[in-house]
Ligand binder design. Structure first.
Ligand code: TYD
Length: 240
């Protein structure tokens, strides 16, 4: 059975890498076929992007094209470590992707017409689930200030604009069929930050529930109640 494609998104400093890695680990520990992958990738194209965005501002059209190229390479041939996303999905893996095309819509969309950014990404399949980490700009700026390595994107006014664009991007993705999981890092009193473990458990709980739903929908569509899959059963166990 086809796997499930989960993209993690958010502005810089929102903890995407921490949470996506942790979720992949937990799923694997629970006995599921899950793989963690990241954009920009470790392919030669991804390395070229990384060598650029930590040094200088390059032409925003060129950068958008590089991200889209790295992405198509990722989808078809992999991230330099794992197979391509399409192959992994075909093999039934849960693919956890740390940033994906929605980052391009939000970040590159600031400088270039969004329609064009979407067009150059048209060969990248939609994610089944998007996990969006919602963290106040003041909090991400504090974290970014503590970092040694800074990218050309890490500036308050820019990230505010990116955050705004993410909101619209997610709404649109939802209309196109993706399931969006919004996770707020703040306590409900809006004053303190929740612990990594608390936030991560919420993510695991929510995506597990959605994955279960997607699996049973798929089975109903296939009309085969006996379809067996490596991840069957494990999903049910993960829901408390
Ligand atoms: P990275 O060091 O991987 O940061 P992070 O851990 O926050 O993901 O750098 C990725 C940077 O590139 C980040 O600032 C977001 C930006 N980006 C885009 O502008 N467009 C894209 O399509 C992607 C994937 C990332």
């Amino acid at each position: 059975m086809r796997g499930i494609f989960i993209a993690f998104e958010g502005v810089d400093g929102s903890g995407i890498t921490t949470h996506s890695r942790l979720v992949a680990e937990k799923l694997k520990k629970a006995g599921m076929k899950a793989v963690y992958t990241k954009e920009p990738t470790d392919s030669d194209i991804g390395k070229l992007i990384k060598s650029t965005i930590y040094k200088e501002r390059i032409d925003s059209r060129l950068l958008a094209l590089l991200f889209a190229t790295d992405r198509l390479y990722h989808v078809l041939y992999g991230d330099g470590k794992n197979e391509g996303i399409l192959k992994l999905l075909e093999k039934g893996f849960i693919v956890i992707c740390d940033r994906y095309k929605y980052s391009s819509f939000a970040y590159q969309g600031v400088y270039q017409p969004e329609g064009w950014v979407r067009r150059i990404n048209q060969f990248a399949p939609n994610a089944d689930i998007i996990v969006y980490l919602d963290v106040p700009i003041e909090v991400v700026m504090r974290r970014i200030r503590e970092r040694e390595r800074k990218s050309v994107f890490e500036e308050k006014a820019f990230l505010k604009e990116v955050k705004k664009r993410f909101r619209y991007t997610l709404k649109r993705a939802e209309k196109e069929g993706a399931r969006v999981v919004m996770v707020n890092e703040l306590e409900s009193n809006k004053r303190s930050i929740r612990s990594i473990e608390e936030v991560n458990s919420e993510i695991v709980e929510k995506i597990t529930a959605i994955m279960n739903e997607l699996e049973s929908n798929k089975r109903n569509v296939e009309g085969d109640k006996n379809v067996k899959d490596d991840n069957d059963g494990v999903l049910e166990k993960m829901i408390r």
